[in-house]
Design a protein around this ligand. Structure first.
Ligand code: CUA
Length: 191
């Protein structure tokens, strides 16, 4: 009996100790949450990371039959103000075109549609990173500052050939693009 009452009664110093350590953990966990939220806000504002918000639908089964993503429209079109519009089809297991040419220092709008399953794309060293979901058009805006060549892998597992699904992004001086209105056909690295 004496033993039971002895163990049931904790010394007051033990209570104080556990309360103090709980308080420390609350402060620590709150600090971690505040840090993570601050990182999300900083990267989204400073680097322009943001999910594509525009919801546009498209019939993924008939991309090849015409419309915006027909073969002749794939590649880069330069507007009179020098900005670029790039259209790409993602399909098992390639991007079409597989080499995209864009002007340096100009606003670039990239529009992608999938012809089959979910794909993703990321352009190394830039804020370009999005998924391409069948039935929807992925649109994002960016500016490539420096001329050079960058890799654009698919980063969503899309089947047995996923690891072979790559494109190249060739960033060239804006002066290398024709600006005449009658030359406004879509160009690729091969053009
Ligand atoms: Cu397309 Cu992985």
């Amino acid at each position: 009996m004496a033993e039971i009452s002895g163990t049931a009664k904790l010394p007051p110093s033990g209570d104080e100790h556990s309360e103090a350590s709980e308080r420390l953990w609350v402060i620590f966990v709150t600090a971690v949450i505040v840090l993570l939220v601050a990182m999300v806000v900083y990267t989204s504002v400073h680097y322009g990371f943001h999910p594509p918000s525009q919801v546009e639908t498209i019939d993924s089964t008939s991309l090849h039959k015409g419309g915006e993503f027909s073969e002749a429209n794939l590649g880069t079109v330069i507007a009179p103000d020098g900005s670029a519009l790039v259209r790409v089809v993602a399909q098992q297991y390639a991007f079409v075109p597989n080499c995209i040419v864009v002007p340096a220092g100009k606003p670039v709008t990239i529009r992608l549609a999938s012809a089959d399953v979910v794909h993703g794309f990321i352009v190394q060293g830039t804020n370009v990173n999005a998924m391409v979901v069948p039935g929807y058009i992925t649109t994002l805006h960016t500016t490539f500052q420096e001329p050079g060549e960058r890799l654009m892998p698919c980063h969503e597992f899309c089947g047995i050939g996923h690891q072979t699904m790559w494109a190249h992004v060739r960033i060239v001086e804006a002066s290398r693009f024709p600006t005449d209105a009658d030359k406004q056909k879509a160009v690729t690295c091969a053009s």
